[in-house]
Design a protein. Structure first.
Length: 202
Protein backbone atom coordinates (compact mmCIF):
# COMPACT_ATOMS: atom_id res chain seq x y z
CA UNK A 1 0.00 0.00 0.00
CA UNK A 2 2.79 2.42 0.91
CA UNK A 3 4.57 1.57 -2.33
CA UNK A 4 1.43 2.33 -4.35
CA UNK A 5 0.96 5.62 -2.53
CA UNK A 6 4.58 6.55 -3.19
CA UNK A 7 4.22 5.74 -6.87
CA UNK A 8 1.04 7.81 -7.06
CA UNK A 9 2.64 10.81 -5.31
CA UNK A 10 5.69 10.64 -7.56
CA UNK A 11 3.45 10.43 -10.61
CA UNK A 12 1.47 13.48 -9.49
CA UNK A 13 4.70 15.35 -8.82
CA UNK A 14 5.83 14.63 -12.37
CA UNK A 15 2.44 15.79 -13.71
CA UNK A 16 2.78 19.05 -11.79
CA UNK A 17 6.36 19.54 -13.00
CA UNK A 18 5.36 18.89 -16.60
CA UNK A 19 2.48 21.35 -16.28
CA UNK A 20 4.78 24.04 -14.87
CA UNK A 21 7.30 23.54 -17.67
CA UNK A 22 4.55 23.66 -20.29
CA UNK A 23 3.19 26.86 -18.76
CA UNK A 24 6.60 28.56 -18.85
CA UNK A 25 7.35 27.41 -22.38
CA UNK A 26 3.97 28.48 -23.76
CA UNK A 27 4.13 31.87 -22.08
CA UNK A 28 7.64 32.47 -23.42
CA UNK A 29 6.54 31.40 -26.91
CA UNK A 30 3.52 33.72 -26.72
CA UNK A 31 5.76 36.66 -25.79
CA UNK A 32 8.25 35.87 -28.56
CA UNK A 33 5.47 35.47 -31.12
CA UNK A 34 3.92 38.81 -30.19
CA UNK A 35 7.28 40.58 -30.31
CA UNK A 36 7.97 39.21 -33.80
CA UNK A 37 4.56 40.50 -34.89
CA UNK A 38 5.42 43.87 -33.29
CA UNK A 39 2.21 43.74 -31.31
CA UNK A 40 1.49 43.45 -27.58
CA UNK A 41 0.80 40.17 -25.79
CA UNK A 42 -2.47 39.69 -23.94
CA UNK A 43 -2.87 37.49 -20.88
CA UNK A 44 -6.43 36.30 -20.23
CA UNK A 45 -6.75 34.88 -16.74
CA UNK A 46 -4.47 36.65 -14.29
CA UNK A 47 -1.19 35.12 -13.05
CA UNK A 48 -2.44 35.08 -9.45
CA UNK A 49 -5.59 33.14 -10.27
CA UNK A 50 -7.61 32.13 -7.25
CA UNK A 51 -4.83 30.26 -5.45
CA UNK A 52 -4.29 31.47 -1.86
CA UNK A 53 -0.96 29.61 -1.81
CA UNK A 54 0.46 31.70 -4.68
CA UNK A 55 -0.66 34.89 -2.98
CA UNK A 56 0.73 33.77 0.36
CA UNK A 57 4.21 33.13 -1.07
CA UNK A 58 4.04 35.88 -3.70
CA UNK A 59 4.65 33.54 -6.63
CA UNK A 60 2.85 34.22 -9.89
CA UNK A 61 1.86 31.35 -12.13
CA UNK A 62 3.18 33.23 -15.18
CA UNK A 63 3.87 36.73 -16.47
CA UNK A 64 1.42 39.59 -16.93
CA UNK A 65 1.91 40.18 -20.63
CA UNK A 66 1.48 43.74 -21.84
CA UNK A 67 -2.18 43.69 -20.83
CA UNK A 68 -3.83 41.35 -18.33
CA UNK A 69 -7.58 40.80 -18.54
CA UNK A 70 -9.78 39.00 -16.03
CA UNK A 71 -13.16 39.38 -14.35
CA UNK A 72 -11.33 39.61 -11.02
CA UNK A 73 -8.91 42.56 -10.66
CA UNK A 74 -6.98 40.74 -7.93
CA UNK A 75 -6.05 37.99 -10.39
CA UNK A 76 -4.08 40.62 -12.32
CA UNK A 77 -2.64 42.47 -9.30
CA UNK A 78 0.53 44.32 -10.26
CA UNK A 79 -0.23 43.99 -13.98
CA UNK A 80 -1.57 46.45 -16.54
CA UNK A 81 -5.20 45.46 -15.97
CA UNK A 82 -8.22 45.72 -18.26
CA UNK A 83 -11.43 44.16 -16.92
CA UNK A 84 -12.92 41.66 -19.32
CA UNK A 85 -14.98 38.52 -19.75
CA UNK A 86 -13.26 35.92 -21.94
CA UNK A 87 -16.56 35.40 -23.79
CA UNK A 88 -16.68 39.08 -24.84
CA UNK A 89 -13.23 40.62 -24.64
CA UNK A 90 -13.07 44.45 -24.81
CA UNK A 91 -10.45 44.58 -27.56
CA UNK A 92 -10.39 45.14 -31.32
CA UNK A 93 -9.85 42.42 -33.92
CA UNK A 94 -6.23 41.19 -34.07
CA UNK A 95 -5.10 43.85 -31.61
CA UNK A 96 -2.53 41.46 -30.13
CA UNK A 97 0.27 39.40 -31.61
CA UNK A 98 -0.49 36.61 -29.17
CA UNK A 99 -2.84 35.77 -26.32
CA UNK A 100 -1.89 33.48 -23.45
CA UNK A 101 -4.73 31.85 -21.52
CA UNK A 102 -3.87 29.49 -18.67
CA UNK A 103 -6.37 27.38 -16.72
CA UNK A 104 -9.48 29.33 -17.67
CA UNK A 105 -11.43 27.29 -20.22
CA UNK A 106 -12.07 24.37 -17.87
CA UNK A 107 -13.97 26.76 -15.57
CA UNK A 108 -16.58 27.55 -18.22
CA UNK A 109 -20.06 26.22 -17.46
CA UNK A 110 -20.71 24.51 -20.79
CA UNK A 111 -19.58 24.05 -24.38
CA UNK A 112 -21.47 27.14 -25.54
CA UNK A 113 -19.41 29.34 -23.22
CA UNK A 114 -16.18 27.70 -24.36
CA UNK A 115 -17.13 28.21 -28.01
CA UNK A 116 -17.64 31.93 -27.37
CA UNK A 117 -14.36 32.14 -25.44
CA UNK A 118 -12.38 30.21 -28.07
CA UNK A 119 -13.73 32.45 -30.83
CA UNK A 120 -12.90 35.60 -28.85
CA UNK A 121 -9.33 34.52 -28.19
CA UNK A 122 -8.81 34.00 -31.91
CA UNK A 123 -10.57 37.24 -32.77
CA UNK A 124 -8.35 39.51 -30.67
CA UNK A 125 -4.97 37.87 -31.38
CA UNK A 126 -2.94 36.51 -34.28
CA UNK A 127 -1.84 33.47 -32.24
CA UNK A 128 -3.50 31.71 -29.30
CA UNK A 129 -1.70 29.79 -26.56
CA UNK A 130 -3.83 27.92 -24.02
CA UNK A 131 -3.07 25.72 -21.05
CA UNK A 132 -5.54 23.37 -19.36
CA UNK A 133 -5.22 20.52 -16.84
CA UNK A 134 -5.14 16.98 -18.17
CA UNK A 135 -7.06 14.00 -16.90
CA UNK A 136 -3.89 12.70 -15.24
CA UNK A 137 -3.97 15.65 -12.83
CA UNK A 138 -5.49 14.95 -9.42
CA UNK A 139 -6.05 18.67 -8.94
CA UNK A 140 -7.99 18.74 -12.18
CA UNK A 141 -10.37 16.10 -10.82
CA UNK A 142 -10.78 17.61 -7.37
CA UNK A 143 -11.33 21.28 -8.25
CA UNK A 144 -15.06 21.89 -7.66
CA UNK A 145 -15.28 24.68 -10.24
CA UNK A 146 -13.80 22.63 -13.08
CA UNK A 147 -16.85 21.86 -15.21
CA UNK A 148 -15.11 20.70 -18.38
CA UNK A 149 -12.20 18.70 -19.72
CA UNK A 150 -10.53 20.58 -22.57
CA UNK A 151 -7.87 19.29 -24.93
CA UNK A 152 -6.14 21.23 -27.70
CA UNK A 153 -6.10 19.33 -30.99
CA UNK A 154 -4.59 22.05 -33.18
CA UNK A 155 -4.10 25.80 -33.12
CA UNK A 156 -7.74 26.25 -34.13
CA UNK A 157 -9.53 23.22 -32.67
CA UNK A 158 -10.20 21.94 -29.16
CA UNK A 159 -12.09 18.99 -27.72
CA UNK A 160 -14.47 19.80 -24.89
CA UNK A 161 -16.04 17.22 -22.58
CA UNK A 162 -18.83 18.35 -20.28
CA UNK A 163 -18.27 16.60 -16.97
CA UNK A 164 -21.90 16.45 -15.80
CA UNK A 165 -23.19 14.87 -19.03
CA UNK A 166 -20.10 13.26 -20.51
CA UNK A 167 -20.97 14.84 -23.86
CA UNK A 168 -17.96 15.57 -26.07
CA UNK A 169 -17.69 18.29 -28.70
CA UNK A 170 -15.28 19.61 -31.27
CA UNK A 171 -14.97 23.39 -30.97
CA UNK A 172 -13.54 25.53 -33.75
CA UNK A 173 -11.98 28.99 -33.74
CA UNK A 174 -14.91 30.51 -35.62
CA UNK A 175 -17.25 29.64 -32.74
CA UNK A 176 -18.80 26.55 -34.31
CA UNK A 177 -19.05 23.37 -32.28
CA UNK A 178 -20.40 19.92 -32.94
CA UNK A 179 -20.98 16.80 -30.82
CA UNK A 180 -18.87 13.84 -31.79
CA UNK A 181 -20.33 10.38 -32.22
CA UNK A 182 -17.00 8.64 -31.71
CA UNK A 183 -16.00 9.10 -28.06
CA UNK A 184 -13.12 6.61 -28.07
CA UNK A 185 -11.53 8.03 -31.20
CA UNK A 186 -11.66 11.65 -30.08
CA UNK A 187 -10.65 11.28 -26.44
CA UNK A 188 -7.94 8.66 -26.74
CA UNK A 189 -6.11 9.23 -30.04
CA UNK A 190 -3.66 12.09 -30.20
CA UNK A 191 -3.16 12.03 -33.96
CA UNK A 192 -5.99 12.78 -36.34
CA UNK A 193 -9.71 13.13 -35.76
CA UNK A 194 -12.40 11.28 -37.64
CA UNK A 195 -15.00 13.90 -38.46
CA UNK A 196 -17.96 11.75 -37.43
CA UNK A 197 -19.92 14.70 -36.13
CA UNK A 198 -23.41 16.02 -36.11
CA UNK A 199 -24.56 19.34 -37.56
CA UNK A 200 -22.47 22.36 -36.50
CA UNK A 201 -23.96 24.77 -33.99
CA UNK A 202 -23.16 28.35 -33.14
Amino acid sequence: MNALLTIFLVQQGLVALRGEMERRNKYATAVTTARHARKPVLVVGGPWGTSPVRKLFGVRAHGCGDICSDVDPMACAGCSFVPGDIRALPFTDKQFGAVFCSHVLEHMDNVQDVAHAWKELHRVADSVFVLVPGKDSLGGWLAPDHHLWVKEVSTTTIIVEERPTGNIYLVYSDGRYAPTQDRENVTMRRHGIRRSVATFRD
